[in-house]
Design a protein around this ligand. Structure first.
Ligand SMILES: Nc1nc2c(ncn2[C@@H]2O[C@H](COP(=O)(O)OP(=O)(O)OP(=O)(O)O)[C@@H](O)[C@H]2O)c(=O)[nH]1
Length: 392
């Protein structure tokens, strides 16, 4: 209650109380003294002692009031000093924490530039820009470090989090000042300022190492380690995807089933390492001989599957024949400076002629490949139309 009074009002009240008490004392004590001590000599003595009493009392009151006030002031000053010390300590700790983040802390506006109002020192390590370069978009805006589509996606995600008053987590790529690319993870939330506007506060961490590891793991899960081609699982996924597209747009699609001829002889004669070298070399050769829309996978052993979107029977036959000739014409390196001639047998199945499903097409192409082997190898065979009936 007292805290609401202004110092002037409080001092005014104290002075008023003092004046009233003083005047009352002078007025009533003189009258009372004259009434009780009619003798002028005694009265004079009483007046003197009365004066002493007044000075003593007011002095005591002044002493108590001043003591109380000064004690309070000192306690307040000590409290303020301790609070300032604690604040400085926390600021220092926060600074150390922010400067040692594997990234940066920030405060920014929710605008198309992500205008930075504050960024910690880690900004230089993360982006290559000094904090003052990014603050208020002085040299570059944070948005200019992001990819265009990422920026739009992030704007939408952050808006959704702001609407729900929740924090947001984002992953996106940044282009640093030197042009190198990094992956970052950001977590932040909207904070209302004193003027009612909303700013974003959070941290941005470099997760490039994690991303590289994730990509490597993804590669391991989808690629054949020897040839680098898609493995059976990934190839099956691609086949389903292409088949779905062919169905939707009512376009043909071909599957080639490629098997090396007498590959066992290569292994037996030159060793397994030489066989591996041949597998790698033919993989490269096949990969370099198809269109960018075509996909090659190693299904296992020396069997390869090639998916050729938008290819009908005749085009597929021509492609298979071209691949067969290319392999036959080029002796394969054994890895020791020597080469070995090798041929392939290719089975062809085409959607929708030989099958409607991935498994039906694979089975038809595989059967056609055995037909090519039966015909003496180093040749191409088309699946029979009646295979379609068996496969469905
Ligand atoms: N070097 C090497 N050989 C492999 C690999 N995978 C499978 N093979 C070999 O491929 C050979 C396949 O032999 P077969 O199935 O008998 O067929 P082929 O000798 O090619 O004869 P045809 O297919 O009948 O013309 C086997 O010797 C396998 O050991 C591999 O990753 N590396």
């Amino acid at each position: 209650m007292n805290e609401n009074r202004t110092p002037l009002r409080r001092a005014g009240w104290a002075a008023l109380v003092y004046l009233i008490a003083g005047f009352a004392w002078i007025a009533f004590s003189d009258t009372a003294a004259e009434a009780w001590f009619p003798d002028p000599q005694t009265l004079s003595l009483v007046q003197t002692w009365k004066g002493f009493l007044f000075v003593l009392t007011t002095g005591l009151v002044l002493f108590v009031v001043l003591l109380r006030q000064l004690t309070k002031d000192r306690a307040l000053l000590t409290l303020q000093h301790n609070q300032r010390q604690a604040l400085r300590k926390r600021e220092r700790q926060l600074q150390v924490l922010m400067d040692n983040l594997p990234g940066m802390a920030y405060r920014c506006r929710y605008d198309p530039h992500w205008t930075m109002l504050f960024v910690s020192q880690g900004c230089a390590r993360l982006t290559g820009y000094e904090p003052e370069d990014l603050i208020n978009n002085r040299v570059a805006s944070y948005a200019s470090l992001m990819d265009g589509e990422d920026n739009e996606r992030i704007m939408t995600e952050v808006q959704a989090a702001l609407d729900k008053d929740e924090s947001f987590s984002l992953e996106y790529a940044l282009t640093r000042q030197d042009g190198s690319r990094i992956w970052v993870w950001e977590r932040g939330r909207g904070v209302e300022e004193e003027d009612g506007s909303v700013v974003l506060e959070g941290i941005v961490l470099d997760i490039s190492d994690r991303k590289t590891l994730e990509n490597e793991l993804e590669e391991l899960a989808t690629r054949d380690p020897l040839t680098g081609l898609f493995n059976r699982r990934e190839m099956s996924r691609v086949l389903e995807e292409e088949l779905e597209r062919a169905r939707r747009y009512q376009r043909p699609m071909a599957v080639l089933w490629v098997d090396f001829d007498h590959f066992k002889d290569v292994n037996d004669t030159f060793g397994h390492a030489a066989g591996d070298s041949v597998l790698r070399s033919i993989s490269r050769l096949l990969l370099g001989s198809v269109r960018s829309v075509d996909t090659i996978g190693r299904f296992g052993g020396e069997e390869f599957v090639i998916v050729l979107p938008e290819m009908d029977l005749e085009e597929a036959r021509e492609t298979a024949e071209r691949l067969r000739r290319k392999v036959a014409d080029e002796p394969q390196p054994l890895g020791n400076g020597q080469t070995v001639p090798l041929t392939i047998s290719v089975g062809i199945a085409v959607y929708p002629d030989h099958g409607q499903t991935a498994s039906a097409l694979c089975a038809a192409a595989d059967t056609a490949m055995y037909l090519a082997k039966e015909r003496g190898r180093n040749c191409v065979a088309m699946a029979h139309l009646h295979d379609r009936v068996h496969n469905q």
